[in-house]
Design a protein. Structure first.
Lengths: 280, 371
């Protein structure tokens, strides 16, 4: 074997690989297997019965609906925020950056409580909303708002460093060549950050479907109406309905796996382009 | 050529507390290739960006073809701009990069695919990249990227081509090649060009006219010969080429550099003032004691630089550099420690606290030998 100054000896390599595998197995693969194992412990029939239960069905649809509503909003707002922060100098920029990070530093439960305090019956806007028969708390709008708050930073945070690193030279070149604002964005800025954007959207989506704390506070746990999948898992688990709880958990896990598969598919499909752009 | 292509009038620009441009006025005529030369922070890039419409002056005006363009955006100026690091669109092929400026056109100036393709291929052939249309920028060498950037800038048929440190990021050999090539291209297309550089050799070699900048001001503008042979200020002297800056005293029309006394008639009114004498190394004539005129100096070091020989001399306590030919060096047979006579064929004096300079051509010595 040729000696390579950066290559560790065989025993060291084996130990390191074994260690990494052990940790992954213990904390990642084993729990995943347990989820599916428990869900299927009474066979496929019990599994599908648990999933076809109406309250569970509605929790699945609610979760997908919340993700479908929040991710596009996060996408648009996240891109706008990142664009502002990365490409322009203005007063209050550092304040905006701090605000973007706020959801990361605030506990999701607090986030939920904030919305209860603002929109709840005894909150600032509660009486007004009540008069107009608009339900925010313990209803879909509250869940979407809480999820938005928690997921907002994912896309912006993914894009800001990338856009800052790329600077504004490409945009300047496009402007000098006569591009208008929309052409500039669609043909230069967006393609330059599309991979970061994809990762941001996937992360954001995963979090939107999996959020528990904030949603738990604003949802009111009305079965069949305002329970999302994570809440439904908790309810079922607390009722000792383990098969049903793990069945719902397995669906959540599969959604995550699908997300990963989508990401890998894009990486495989555009491998050539990625390497050409020097950003593998 | 009465109407200048570009007319910059009293432009001021500051960033925060930093004065990038201080009352800059400059006229550039059609077909000229102008170099903005200066150290970093001299304002040359700011001036170029103001011409492109990427920055706007705090005060003053910029006119293109007689029309006021001060507040017209970069989008509508139709200038070609080549960025220092090219700023090629990394996710587009070479073809799409060059086509960009044509494909974003809308309305009456919109071009068909066939027209765009024809123009792009013509440009790629001109920059000698015909076979690389489907490559991505990351698959090209630095020199090739530079030429793609140039083709992209030329695609919109700009009135003016602006280049920011066009050869800065390239290695020396490619740089020289591209320099010649840009010069030829300019002569062929007759386009008005302005480029920024900190490399004096590049400026003198390529440009029709060199504008030397320092601290946000224009120190001197002129042809390469004017700039090199009669620098207007001490800064220009020191920035362009090697020069000896010698401490001197100016008294009643005479300049004294140690034991050397030279006429400085422009300062005949000056009683007694501190000054600096600028002498290019190749303007110092050396001769053996007893064989010529001048002040006595001591040879300290001799180094052979290809066709030239550089001699370090100690002249009345000041280190001085002289450059002579190999042949002259052989005649003199110089070695360290040897006494030698030094006489400046040309010198220019500046009072310490004044920008005014006076040239002095030494009439007493024939200029036939040396160099």
């Amino acid at each position: 074997m040729r000696s390579n100054p950066l290559r560790e000896s065989t025993p060291v390599r084996l130990v390191l690989i074994a260690l990494a595998l052990a940790i992954l197995t213990l904390f990642l693969f084993a729990p995943l297997l347990v989820v599916f194992g428990e869900a299927l412990s009474r066979g496929w029939e019990a599994y599908f019965d648990a999933l076809s239960e109406p309250d569970t069905q509605s929790s699945i649809w609610l979760t997908l609906l919340v993700a479908m509503l929040t991710v596009p909003i996060d996408l648009v707002v996240g891109i706008c925020t990142a664009w502002c922060v990365a490409k322009f100098e203005f007063r209050g920029k550092s304040l905006l950056t701090t605000l973007v990070d706020l959801p990361f530093s605030v506990s999701p439960v607090i986030a939920g409580l904030i919305y209860v305090l603002v929109f709840g019956l005894r909150g600032w806007l509660g009486p007004t909303l009540q008069e107009h028969h608009i339900h925010v708390i313990f209803a879909l709008p509250g869940i979407v708002l809480a999820t938005l708050f928690v997921t907002f930073p994912f896309i912006a945070r993914e894009l800001i460093p990338l856009m800052e690193e790329q600077g504004t030279e490409d945009e300047e070149a496009a402007v000098v060549l006569g591009a208008n604002g929309w052409q500039l964005f669609r043909r230069v800025t967006l393609p330059n950050v599309k991979w970061g954007l994809l990762y941001g959207v996937l992360l954001c989506n995963a979090r939107a479907m999996g959020e528990f704390g904030a949603v738990s506070v604003v949802s009111g746990h009305i079965r069949g109406r305002t329970t999302t999948m994570p809440l439904q898992v908790e309810i079922l688990y607390n009722e000792y309905n383990f098969v049903a709880a793990f069945a719902v958990a397995s669906v959540l896990a599969m959604l995550a796996l699908v997300t990963l598969a989508v990401k890998s598919f894009f990486e495989w499909r555009y491998a050539k382009e990625l390497s050409a752009e020097g950003r593998a | 050529m009465n109407q200048p292509m570009i007319d910059i009038r009293n432009v001021q620009k500051s960033f925060g507390g930093f004065q990038a441009l201080n009352d800059v006025s400059l006229q550039i005529h059609e077909g000229e290739l102008v170099a903005l030369l200066g150290p970093s922070g001299s304002g040359k890039t700011s001036l170029l960006r103001i011409l492109a419409g990427l920055e706007f002056p705090d005060s003053g005006r910029v006119m293109f073809d007689g029309g006021d363009t001060t507040h017209i955006s970069a989008r509508d100026r139709r200038v070609g701009f080549v960025f220092q690091h090219y700023a090629l669109f990394r996710h587009m092929t070479v073809f799409d990069n060059v086509a960009f400026g044509l494909s974003v056109r809308r309305g009456s100036s919109k071009m068909s695919r066939a027209e765009i393709s024809e123009r792009v291929h013509h440009l790629l052939a001109m920059v000698q990249l015909a076979g690389l249309a489907s490559r991505y920028p990351s698959q090209l060498s630095g020199g090739q990227r530079q030429r793609v950037a140039l083709a992209r800038a030329l695609a919109i048929q700009p009135k003016v081509l602006l280049l920011d440190e066009p050869f800065g990021a390239l290695d020396a050999r490619v740089r020289k090649e591209l320099r010649r090539w840009l010069r030829n291209l300019h002569d062929e297309l007759k386009i008005t060009g302005v480029f920024v550089t900190h490399d004096q050799e590049e400026a003198l070699d390529v440009a029709d006219r060199v504008v030397v900048m320092n601290h946000g001001r224009i120190e001197q503008a002129g042809t390469p010969t004017q700039i090199y042979d009669s620098p207007a200020t001490p800064f220009v002297y020191q920035f362009l080429g090697n020069v000896n800056a010698l401490v001197c005293r100016i008294r009643d029309g005479l300049a004294e550099i140690g034991s050397l006394t030279l006429p400085a008639s422009a300062y005949s009114g000056v009683q007694d003032a501190a000054g600096t004498a600028f002498v290019r190394p190749h303007d110092l004539l050396l001769s053996r004691p007893g064989e010529g005129a001048g002040a006595m100096a001591e040879v300290r070091h001799v180094s052979i630089l290809g066709p030239l020989v550089r001699i370090e001399l100690l002249l009345d306590g000041q280190m001085v550099e002289a450059e002579i030919s190999r042949q002259r060096h052989a005649e003199l047979g110089l070695v360290a420690g040897q006494p030698i006579l030094v006489w400046p064929r040309q010198a220019r004096f500046f009072l310490r606290d004044s920008w005014q300079g006076t040239p002095f051509d030494n009439p007493d010595l024939p200029v036939d030998h040396d160099i």
